[in-house]
Design a protein around this ligand. Sequence first.
Ligand code: URA
Length: 232
Amino acid sequence: METLERFMEEWARVLGKGCPLLSKESLEDLKALAPPPGIPFREEPVGLEAIYEEIRACRACRLGQVRRKPVPGEGPLEPPFMFIGEGPEAMEDQQGKPFVGPAGELLTAMIEKGIGIPRSRVYITNVVKCRPPGNRDPEADEVEACWGFLVRQIQIVRPRVLICLGRVAASALLRTRLPLNVLRGKPRRFQGIPLVVTWHPSYLLRNPAAKRGAWEDLKKAMALAGLPPGKG
Ligand code: URA
């Protein structure tokens, strides 16, 4: 009953007086329909939490059968950037959090030392939410099984700029087989949101000379997000 009254008060606040829904009679009618005391309203999760619950329950592809923990993603709504990697590796699979291993350390440095904002201000996720065994590339059907989660995350999170880390993320979002060096450099769009492609941090760990190019990509992303030039 408390929930019903809070709901009615909230509507009264939003709609003001005079709404037929808020007449004394209609409140009494609604109270009559409410469950007896002791039977709580079931609060359905909404938004990101609803997606995270679906991911935790998902067994749609073979990755869901062998994972330890799914890794839905983390970060605030309406961030300047949403970083999209490929899929969890061993440490992410253990902890249920994205980019917490060696590649994550480098990504954190790119965000905090390069762009100059705390990692907690950006949203980070992956194309597939469960670890591909042995860190192999996800198969096309595994990407498709997770695709709806990623699209809904993007729509709810509403980042200013999407940053695809590596070929798997870039080809999933841009629906192309073009190589990464062709996709980098030119800003693109996904559902109207500016999208920048850069190297995956794991590639940068193996090829440190590519870091200069990655920094150029991040500078483009910062300009698209309306941020001042970072520290580099
Ligand atoms: N590599 C990824 O693509 N994602 C992670 O979360 C970790 C490593």
